[in-house]
Write a new protein. Sequence first.
Length: 114
Amino acid sequence: MAHPVIHAEIRSADPDATRAFFSELFGWEYSDGAFPGYTFVDTGVDGALPTAIGPLQGGSDAVLFFVGVEDVESTLARAEELGGTTVQPVQSVPGVSFGLFADPQGHRIGVAAN
């Protein structure tokens, strides 16, 4: 399986202020996402990378990208074998499971599977 970047998101302690900022800066509009306070960005460009803005899910503010994988749990385990750490264990929402890890230098990366 190829492992493309499939999603990006901004996790914010104040997602409403974050949305307002990017709306004013770039003209972005938003639609509701999978849970309260989580919205998908409409950049006005067909085929743009799916991007979301939402509340914190533990931790601090972050800008993340997610890589498509076949199995989130095994990918997080492999990241740990290679010296990384799991930041957010596998979670599921309708249609997708996801998790976060930090590489050995501390960069946070998401992984997701359908």
